[in-house]
Design a binder for this molecule. Structure first.
Ligand code: NAP
Length: 250
């Protein structure tokens, strides 16, 4: 197999979701050796079967131990670790008064805590190579508020802050960046509609508001992810790249 990620060992979280699945397929087609994380065993096993050189590990990223296991599986099976693509995320919808404390905590632990856990266990091994790379899937919600999204927006803003801190602490050996997608056509986007005043038209409204008049596709995001983890972006670190059809510019 030849390609931009030839023999690079990658851990991909949220691999069973819309974007994570497209990122997994793109990285596999580019020669990556993959450890895939998700909660849904059926989807994960089907992906493992479909993609060459991939191993699916079922687990909950908000649990530190699952993140440790992902690193161990990469080292045991592939002998090294090069790339983290961190995509697992939940919405945790509800305004501050209504949101149960458990939902706040679970959202922060899934969207933010998991970045800390996986980075903590993986970085010593990423530093053993010369081109270690961490790519965080954040969101335009890091910069813009949405109704009834306090846990989500707070977790995404903090993810960007954590990304910048990692980039500073581990340069020049590690590059660390974040993608900030706008509305992308995945289950999570459609699930978010209930947070808006007119849930039935919320997704269509997002599409119409964007300069490019369409939703993003998981493949749009996967192409950016490949660029950011490959040597094509070798002078980019500590950056947030918006990929949003221009919606933040409106
Ligand atoms: N879609 C958008 O418009 C949009 C925009 C900006 C940013 N994002 C971000 O992009 C990332 C991917 O989202 P998506 O749109 O692809 O959503 P998705 O299709 O709903 O996928 C979410 C993924 O996260 C996994 N996940 C959630 N909680 C988990 C947990 N506790 N432990 C392990 N895995 C967990 C899910 O696993 P299972 O399915 O196996 O449960 C699934 O693989 C998220 O971080 C999201 O915040 C999305």
């Amino acid at each position: 197999m030849s390609g931009k990620l030839k023999d690079k060992v990658c851990i991909i979280t949220g691999a069973t979701g819309g974007m994570g699945r497209a990122i997994s397929a793109t990285f596999a087609a580019s020669g990556g050796l993959l450890v895939l994380s998700g909660r849904n065993k059926e989807k994960g096993m089907a992906l493992e079967k479909q993609l060459k050189n991939s191993i699916f590990i079922q687990g909950d990223v908000s649990n530190a131990e699952h993140n440790k296991t992902l690193v161990q599986v990469a080292l045991t099976n592939f002998g090294r670790l090069d790339i983290l693509s961190i995509n697992a995320g939940v919405l945790g919808l509800g305004n501050v008064v209504d949101l149960p404390i458990e939902s706040w905590q679970k959202t922060l632990e899934t969207n933010l805590g998991a970045i800390f856990y996986l980075s903590k266990f993986a970085i010593p091994h990423l530093l053993e190579g010369n081109n270690g790379n961490i790519l965080i899937n954040a969101s335009i919600a890091a910069f813009k508020s949405f109704p009834n999204h306090p846990a989500y927006c707070a977790s995404k803003a903090a993810s960007v802050a954590l990304m910048k801190q990692l980039a500073v602490d581990y340069a020049p050996k590690l590059r660390v960046n974040a993608m900030c997608p706008g509305p992308v056509d995945t289950p999570l986007l459609h699930d978010s509609a209930i947070a808006f005043d007119n849930p039935e038209s919320a997704v269509e409204n997002a599409k119409e508001k964007s300069l490019l008049q369409r939703l993003g596709t998981p493949e749009d995001i996967a192409k950016l992810a490949l660029f950011l983890v490959s040597d094509d972006s070798s002078w980019i670190t500590g950056s947030t790249i918006n990929i949003d059809g221009g919606i933040l510019n409106v």
